[in-house]
Every structure is written in C-alpha cells, then in structure tokens.
Design a binder for this molecule. Structure first.
Ligand SMILES: *[C@@H]1O[C@H](CO)[C@@H](O)[C@H](O)[C@H]1NC(C)=O
Length: 314
C-alpha cells in the first residue's frame, strides 16, 4: 500500500512537472506569437509609412505649383540633349515622306553656334530694332520680309531705311546670319535623317525681343501655350537660337514644353540652339518675363517646297 502510495505520489509529481513544462512551452509559444505579431505590425507600419511618405511629399510639391522639370539649365553647357516623344497624328495625312517627322523629339545643343556668333547676331537685332519696337512687351524683326514691330503694328524695315537714306546692315551681317542658319538647317536634317535638299527654310523666321512692358496687342502675348504647326501653318521643324541668357540678362522667360506628366523647361543661354518637331506633340509657351530683356531668333523649316523662302541679303 505504502509502495502504491509512494508510486502514486511520484506519478503525481511527474504529472505536475509535465504540466509545468507544458505551461512553460505554451508561455514560450505565446511570447513567440507576441513577438511575431509585433514584427508583423512593425513591417506593416514600415510598408504604410514608405508608401505614404513619398505620396505626401509629391502632393505637397504638387500643391505648391506645377510640375516642372528642367530639360536644359542655363548653368550647364549641353553638347546634345535629346528628349524623345511620341509624334502626334498631325503629319499622317501629309505627303513629303522623306521630310516629315517619323520620330518626334526635342533637342538642345550649345556647341553648334558659338557665343561669338550669337553675340554678333544680337548686334544685328539691336541695330534693326532701334528703328521700331512694339508698344507692348514683344517686338520682332524679320530680315526676310522686312517686318518690324512698331508701336501697335508692323512696318517694313527696308522701306523705313530707304526713306531715311540709312544703311545699317552690311554684307557681313547677312553672311553670318546665313552661315548660322545653315548650321541649324544641317543639324535638323541630320537629327531627323532628312536629305538636306528636302528641308526648306520657311516664314516667319525672325528675331524677337521681350521685355517687361505690359502687352498692348495680341502680338505681345507670347505666354499662351500653342502649337507652331497650327499657329504658322507651314512649320514642320521649329528652331530657336538664344541670344541672351536666363538668370544673367533676364528672369522669367523660360521656354516651356507642356506635357501631361511634368512640363519641361529650356532655359535660354547665349548660343544655345533648341529645335523640335512643330506638331501638337510639342505644345509650348514662353513664361512671362519678370525682369530684363530677352533676345532670340526663331528659325523655321518646312517640308513643303511651296512654302520655302530665300535668304535675306543686300
Ligand atoms: C504645364 O503648364 C500648363 C500651362 O501653364 C499648365 O496648365 C499645366 O498644369 C502644367 N502641367 C503640369 C503637369 O504641371
């Protein structure tokens, strides 16, 4: 009996030990589950934070203004910067298969035209513009047609000069003008793989001067987004040669491509050439000038031989 008793006792002890061990295992499991749960919560937290923080940052910057990406800064010399874009359908029903854009893009080149050449052309622009000038903030001088802004309309500079018995433009002026135009013509033909003889200079090709004077006529309102192919009809490729520099000669006045994701800016820089296909893939505008004076030349090209124009000269 006592044997049996002690056996019972021992079994009882063994049972309680087993129970204790079981409890300890359960506790450990609970601790482990707790730490698993905490780890899960932490990971979830991190995931939520890493998803939400960039969103908040993006929304913050969105709310502070439009999305703008600098495509070409005035501070950097760009050998050749290219941005590919999907062509609009604007060219689909046109002939000129050797010339019309097959791929569309925007290109910026700082080494095509030298700063000296640009400075020389700036001198030509100033010489001509002193005989006119818009009453609003934007003036043009077109050496091909002779169109010169004057007050709220246009006069013909060659006629004005004739009447005044003035002779301001030299053969050298027209030589440099033509050489620079030819370089840009060749660069566009090369970039878009067009035989040079199938791409023609077209009108209007003109110097522009912008300042901060308030607009008086619609000709002064350069800041509306537009499509060159619509505004000017004949354009297939638009080029711009800048004769002054953003941040040095003027502020505001950046060139802006309007895109759905983010707008892209080209900051003018003396000697910088920017060219692009003229269709609705390249909606653009120039920001309102805030300070200073901005000079550029718009040099335009067409695939239509009937819209071709000649070089100016004397
Ligand atoms: C781009 O500019 C246009 C015209 O100023 C503006 O309406 C548009 O919101 C801008 N786009 C983006 C993505 O910021």
């Amino acid at each position: 009996m006592s044997k049996g008793n002690s056996l019972h006792k021992r079994r009882g002890t063994a049972d309680s030990e087993k129970k204790q061990i079981k409890n300890r295992i359960n506790d450990a499991r609970l601790v482990e589950q707790g730490s698993l749960w905490r780890r899960g919560a932490l990971i979830t937290c991190l995931l939520v934070v890493s998803a939400v923080v960039p969103w908040v940052v993006i929304m913050f910057f969105r709310s502070t203004g439009d999305q703008i990406t600098t495509f070409a800064s005035a501070d950097n010399i760009v050998k050749r910067a290219v941005q590919e874009i999907l062509c609009s359908k604007d060219y689909d029903n046109e002939e000129f298969s050797e010339c019309k854009p097959k791929h569309c893009r925007r290109v910026v080149m700082d080494n095509l035209v030298s700063e000296e050449e640009a400075a020389y052309l700036l001198g030509i622009a100033k010489k001509g513009l002193q005989f006119g000038g818009s009453s609003g903030g934007a003036s043009i001088l077109d050496l091909h047609s002779g169109a010169l802004s004057k007050g709220d309309k246009f006069v013909n500079i060659y006629q004005v000069l004739d009447e005044m018995h003035e002779n301001v433009f030299t053969k050298n002026d027209f030589d440099i003008y033509r050489e620079v135009k030819n370089k840009i013509h060749q660069a566009i033909a090369k970039e878009f793989k067009i035989p040079l003889s199938k791409l023609y200079l077209t009108k209007p090709t003109f110097f522009s001067r912008m300042n901060t004077i308030e607009a008086k006529t619609m000709h002064d309102e350069y800041w509306h987004p537009h499509v060159d192919k619509v505004t000017y009809g004949s354009f297939h490729y638009t080029s711009l040669l800048y004769l002054s520099t953003y941040g040095r000669d003027f502020s505001g006045g950046r060139f802006i491509f309007v895109d759905t994701d983010s707008n892209k800016t080209v900051e003018p820089r003396i000697g910088r050439v920017s060219f692009f296909t003229s269709g609705s893939e390249n909606v653009h505008y120039v920001e309102k000038l805030e300070d200073g004076v901005r000079y550029a030349i718009t040099i335009s090209f067409t695939c239509d031989p009937q819209k071709a124009i000649d070089d100016p000269g004397i």
